[in-house]
Unconditional design. Sequence first.
Length: 201
Amino acid sequence: MSTRPASPTSLQALVQHTKTLFCRRSTSVPTPYILAAAVNYNGPVKDMIHQLKYRKWTSVIDSIRPILDTYVKNISLSVDGYVVIPVPLHPDRQQERGFNQAELIGTIISESLQLPMHTNLLARIKKTKAQAELKDYKERAANIANAFQVTDNEAIKNKNIILVDDVYTTGATIDDAVRALRSAGVKKIIAVHSGKGGVGK
């Protein structure tokens, strides 16, 4: 993993100071979940995520940290008793990349909110094409369908979860992760991302 420093950015200008949350409901996930995203996925944040995922510049997480810290404090989430779960990569992809970017971001959320994080309760059991290669929600939903599975239903039943991923675009990945968690008896889900964009629905 590279530790090359990220390019300096004006971080303060990136953070949304409004209390931005969205109620998300999709055809594949009839029960809504709360969607939270710190910034729009463009400009410096998009560059940082690309550096992290594709160039393996893990030091950019130090630039992402203050953005997420400020955001979760601004939205004043009531999360007592919640558990943080990062969206997992397929084991082959994690071995290739060397890390899971959602886990790095989840660590920030866990530390900022002083909540436990579990990385072994949700697994990615289906190897898929990279979602970034697909153009819209329909294609991405078909690609990711049934990709996630809870590994211990009893450990997660009736829990409230903060589900963490790097970027929210169409919502197909999170929808399938939510499906797996709901099937295991999870009660409430807040899906937190560093950035929110969109490539169609």
